[in-house]
Design a protein around this ligand. Sequence first.
Ligand SMILES: Cc1ncc(COP(=O)(O)O)c(C=O)c1O
Length: 478
Amino acid sequence: MSTTPLLPLFLQQAGSLRSRLCVTLRTAIAQGHLRYQQKLPSSRQLASDLGISRVTVEAAYAQLESEGYLSRSSGRGTFVAIEMAPVSRGAPVAPRRQFSQRGTVLLRGNGCDDPPFPQAFAAGSPDLRAFPHALWQRISQRTQRLLGQKAMGYGDPLGYWPLRQAVADYLVLSRGMQCEASQVMILTSSQQALQLLALLLLDAGDEVGMEEPGYAGARQAFIAAGAQCRALPPDSEGTQLTANSARLVYLTPGHHYPYGTAMSLARRLQWLAWAKAQQSWIIEDDYDSEFHYDDRPGPALQSLDRTGRVITLGTFSKTLFPSLRLAWMVLPTGLIEACGRVRSVMDGHSALLPQAITAEFLLQGHFASHLRLMRQLYHSRRDLLRTRLQQELAPWLKAVPSPGGLQLTATLNHGNEAQLTQLAQGLGLILPRLSPLFGGAATQQGWILGFAALTPDEIIAGCSKLVTLFSRYVQNAR
Ligand SMILES: Cc1ncc(COP(=O)(O)O)c(C=O)c1O
């Protein structure tokens, strides 16, 4: 082979001359430019072609010989020592069965979207600009210094004990929950908790009661486990009790997702009685009870549970920041050991250092103060968005009354949700759609408008763009 094809490849690499040459030769062999038993140029020749020293070429040849790519014999030269499958230049051949049935079902759901930050009206992100970064950095450095190598080993699949204790204390005080630290499990996300519970508690074909509309992440976790989701629509008291023989039910009693209704006490008691009679599980997703503005959130469903059928989830993605990847789950005592074992085969445990930093943040009282500040900030932003929608967009949009949250659901009075959402992209607006949150046919169209991460100016600018959106939509329809 002439060395000419090696030169462009060599120039694309980074690093020391020796490692660039090693990568170049490995790639040329892997891509079939250098074939089995082919003779390579002498080190003198290659050095002069590439403009590098002969010593470097000798060193690279020796390294690839030790890795098995090349063989060298004195007097004969240097040869390619391995045979790689030829690279197919034609159309790729589809493997006979690429994905499992479970994987195929999961891929139909399109995955979960992470909201870009900050962009009107992406939903689900807290205001990261208002986070106390300097304080977090100080606590991080101190914690790392104090823990040293203790934070570097493997940890408990159920979580770092001081964080489990701090979360238990917080939940008992702020959510009226009845739990001990041993019942608190720390996970990477609520999504991981849902996956874990689906894996542990559901068989293919089992019925799961799922709020309709409801949180897509939960629905996808259940569907991936092969469960059949039964739609549970809400009424004015919260999610209706229509799941008869479900093995498990997913509920957001504190703040219905996406409508925001808080479940009445009577309805909560009905659900608990049902779970007891059926010996079924209730997953209570307490995803944003920290952000109630008009009233205090009612106590968690778990606080009323006397028979150990409720598993409650919460996440630090909304209260601290999403990339922290920490969430918690409060387990009935009978599930603690099993959940730890399942986590140990999923991914072991959450990273120790972030858990330790978060524990410190809670123990030093910063979590409570941060929540207080964020509640005030988000409250004013929610009110601003609501007012603007009412003043400027009433013919088109109706805000669903909601006592809190990081986003506001607004239903469309007229117009096509999918078309409007697409048109909005051209204006730089992200409008998270309501109708995909229905497992069956959507009975309402609209958007879940995120406001918490936006400054007042960004909310006002976003609403003006919404006004422009509707006028363009009307013009296009003419
Ligand atoms: C209802 C609900 N539960 C859970 C979550 C996500 O939490 P995590 O990031 O911990 O998976 C969200 C995020 O938007 C949510 O809306």
